[in-house]
Write a protein that binds this ligand. Structure first.
Ligand SMILES: *Cc1c(COP(=O)(O)O)cnc(C)c1O
Length: 399
């Protein structure tokens, strides 16, 4: 069952795409299929399965189950691609395609604002495999990027907006520059899910941490890799199988449950995050709000051009005279915002990020302590009152 295609609004598509159809025996939701062995009535039928191993997936559990396929279908639909591979975490959705497209002697371009564990992977495992990485300023234009492309560059990696610092990248310009040199374009599109259609902007492979808004309840880790061509699909699929990557069917089932309400959660969280962000922008303690939907964020104009909305994760930079100790005291004083990583759940989070941000390409000096906020489903006026209470722990302006 598909969702009736793009003619319907995305709220409608999230209710109808990725339903299991006859595989669910008439029930609305697919059941959890658990299994390693798949039995075949004859050797001939099993051989046929083996020869079709990219398509005829019911050969062995690691190749997916009827609980995985509906989730793959709906994520491919949300991302606007043709095929989806589910993997065990968002980080696995980053490392798997990097391994698929890079080999010894080749060169990778990573944005300086990339998700930290991706940097760790490049500096450790990829370097050990003989793959060199150059970090680039995420705000580079096409010409600036082209100057960094070498004869052995094979992958341009994008993450827009950047982790912790929210620089919105000019994806169409960067992707076009990469394609002029035959370079593959991989993108972590977790922040932009649904609001940014990667394949309409030149991306070849789109990465999602489903852990965030798809799961939506802070209790499951999952990732997805979406492609838009048969060749890219085959490459990603074969690498996933070679690595033994597998996601639990129970987790896929929870993600299928989460995704049905994602549009309403995201609508509400977008509105609330803007209310909180605008309140923060008016506070004397705050030097700058890094919310892609506000003009104070680097790349805001690109966000306006390329995105249809925002999620509820953003950053702030505090006045330069506010110390890290004061920021930590403020965070610990809050009642509704939990101190924690990850995001996309129903609950609000705060994370002082100074010290977690690594920069080697010279970008991202914000001149004050940085803090990341995730706005959940709570009433925004309650969240603002909580922040006001927390801000009483900061040195007051003018004193
Ligand atoms: C959280 C996150 C990931 C990793 O997802 P996990 O499921 O936690 O491994 C990847 N990219 C971005 C941008 C993230 O925020």
């Amino acid at each position: 069952m598909s969702g009736g295609g793009k003619k319907h609004d995305w709220h409608t598509r999230l209710s109808h795409a990725g339903r299991a159809g006859t595989r669910a025996y008439g029930f609305v939701n697919p059941p959890v299929h658990r299994g390693s062995t798949v039995l075949y009535p004859s050797m001939d039928e099993r051989r046929f399965g083996a020869s079709q191993r990219l398509e005829q997936k019911l050969l062995y559990g690691v190749m997916g189950t009827p609980t995985h396929y509906p989730l793959e279908d709906i994520i491919a639909e949300i991302e606007g691609g043709t095929r989806c591979q589910i993997v065990s975490s968002g980080l696995a959705a980053i490392t798997t395609p990097l391994l698929a497209y890079l080999k010894a002697g080749e060169h990778l371009l990573l944005p300086d604002s990339v998700y930290g564990p991706a940097r760790t992977f490049a500096n450790g495992l990829l370097r050990n495999l003989g793959i060199e990485t150059t970090y680039y300023d995420p705000m580079l234009d096409g010409a600036g990027l082209e100057a960094l492309i070498r004869p052995n560059t094979t992958v341009l990696y994008l993450e827009s907006p950047g982790s912790h610092t929210f620089e919105v990248q000019d994806v169409p310009a960067l992707a076009a520059a990469a394609h002029r040199h035959g370079v593959k374009v991989l993108m972590d599109n977790t922040w932009g899910i649904h609001h940014f259609q990667p394949f309409q902007h030149g991306v070849d492979v789109s990465i999602q941490a489903l852990t965030k808004y798809v799961v939506g309840h802070s209790d499951v880790l999952l990732g997805s890799i979406v492609t838009n061509s048969d060749a890219d699909w085959e490459r990603v699929r074969l690498t996933t199988l070679a690595l033994g990557q597998y996601a639990s069917p129970d987790d896929c089932w929870l993600a299928l449950r989460g995704v049905r309400t994602m549009a309403v959660r995201m609508d509400r969280q977008q509105e609330s995050s803007l209310e909180v962000a605008r309140w923060l922008a008016g506070r004397p303690e705050v030097a700058r709000v890094l919310h892609p939907a506000l003009p104070s964020c680097p790349g805001h104009e690109v966000w306006k051009r390329d995105f249809t909305g925002a999620c509820s994760l953003f950053g702030i930079v505090l006045r330069p005279d506010i110390s890290q100790g004061a920021v930590h005291a403020m965070a610990e004083h809050l009642e509704l915002f939990g101190i924690g990583a990850s995001w996309g759940g129903y609950e609000s989070l705060i994370l002082p990020t100074t010290g977690f941000i690594t920069r080697t390409a010279g970008s991202g000096d914000f001149g004050g302590q940085t803090v990341r906020l995730h706005v959940g489903l709570e009433e925004p006026s309650d969240l603002i009152a909580d922040l006001e209470r927390g801000f009483s722990m900061l040195p007051q302006f003018g004193r």
